[in-house]
Design a binder for this molecule. Structure first.
Ligand SMILES: [Mg+2]
Length: 382
């Protein structure tokens, strides 16, 4: 089976500007779907965490390397694309785009062999995994109610992040965490994400350590991105001195970039994004290196239903990956798959053992968010 062509389509929805008479415009595209079309009629599905114009440009650069390639050899073909493009986009748009291609190639291999990707990665350590509800702190006044509502829906783990945290005062930060812990109760996981990879983050090591000590008082399970994303040495010190687990790594790409973080013990939990880091092949290798260095991989999942399906397959194939991120209130998670996602009574998500990614897309939702029927036509061959 050979790769005939690769198509992409960005996801967008209308947004209305705040204030009276606000204009309605299309939101900026940050998620792009990928379809690999083969000469035997099967189509593989992937997702890339970046703008669709960037993905289209990267596909044009990569096309001579992938056209006609074997469609059933994800790791070799992805590595070929990486090795031949190291000088024009290593770690950036090219790597992001390879992530979507790699996921789609694993999906094809699964479909062709009738096996779920997790089994093709070596075997399934688990049949289900706990999703944690990932919520923005932007609406901090209504956050406790939102958390209670999610608890009622069955979620048993929660992360709140970004928004005003670390941007106003110590007292304010603590009041958010106290209210959140009271809302969810004592018997569930609660995590906090400072989002220090955001533009012009102003705090350093001492703020991060003091805040970690406060979070420990509320039994917070991990403190995510408490430092600027390149502050490797401060991360090492913080992990050594923090009473709560330290996590990060969502902005890193390529397995090689993770080595200093994993080998120097900079993190308790490493969080590559499968739709950005280089795909399933790369995330799996990072996961095993992490495991060998006493660090858990829990994937960053602030992307799409296709990314979530890939995370579930990865989680099935890594011994320590017993949580996945579930982005709340995103149509690209909730609406893109036919039938949606369902938690069981223990707040767990089943990991599909159907071939490949194990999902079917809702083609109406695909048409709605990609702005046309093209992607549906390519995907209807799945
Ligand atoms: Mg984060």
């Amino acid at each position: 089976m050979r790769i005939r062509e690769i198509r992409s389509a960005g996801l967008r929805r209308p947004v209305t500007e705040s204030g009276e008479g606000g204009r309605t415009t299309q939101e900026r595209c940050i998620y792009t779907l990928i379809a690999i079309i083969t000469d035997e009629g099967l189509t593989g599905l992937g997702s890339v965490y970046t703008d669709d114009g960037l993905v289209q440009s990267a596909l044009a650069v990569l096309e001579p390397l992938y056209r006609g390639e074997n469609a059933l050899e994800p790791e070799r073909v992805s590595e070929k694309l990486r090795q031949h493009t190291f000088w024009l986009g290593r770690g950036g748009t090219i790597t992001h785009t390879i992530s979507g291609i790699d996921i789609a190639l694993w999906d094809l291999l699964g479909q062709a062999t009738g096996q779920p990707i997790g089994r093709l990665l070596g075997g399934r350590y688990r049949e289900k995994v706990k999703p944690y509800a990932s919520v923005s702190m932007s609406n901090h006044a209504s956050l406790p109610d939102k958390l209670r509502e999610l608890r009622e829906q069955g979620f048993m783990a929660f992360k709140m992040g970004w928004g005003p945290f670390g941007r106003q005062s110590k007292t304010f930060d603590e009041s958010i965490v106290r209210a959140a812990r009271e809302a969810v109760g004592a018997d569930v996981l609660l995590m906090v994400d400072a989002g220090a990879s955001g533009a012009f983050w102003k705090h350093g090591y001492k703020w991060a350590l003091r805040t970690a000590q406060m979070l420990a008082d509320y039994d917070v399970d991990w403190f995510e991105e408490p430092l600027k994303p390149d502050a490797l040495h401060d991360y090492i010190r913080l992990r050594n001195n923090s009473p709560v687990a330290i996590s990060g790594g969502e902005v890193l790409t390529r397995r090689q970039s993770f080595l200093p973080w994993l080998q120097n013990g900079a993190l308790d939990i490493v969080q590559p994004d499968i739709t950005k880091v280089g795909g399933i092949s790369e995330a799996r290798r990072i996961g095993w290196t992490a495991q060998d260095n006493g660090i858990r991989l829990i994937p960053h999942g602030w992307n799409t239903a296709v990314g979530l399906a890939a995370d579930l397959q990865l989680a099935s194939a890594l011994p320590d990956t017993d949580l996945v991120e579930y982005l709340i209130d995103s149509p690209y998670i909730d609406e893109l798959t036919a039938g949606g996602w369902e938690l069981d009574k223990e707040g767990m998500l089943a990991i599909s053992d159907a071939p490949g990614l194990g999902i079917e897309l809702d083609l109406d939702a695909v048409a709605k968010y990609t702005g046309g029927e093209d992607m549906c036509r390519w995907l209807s061959a799945r």
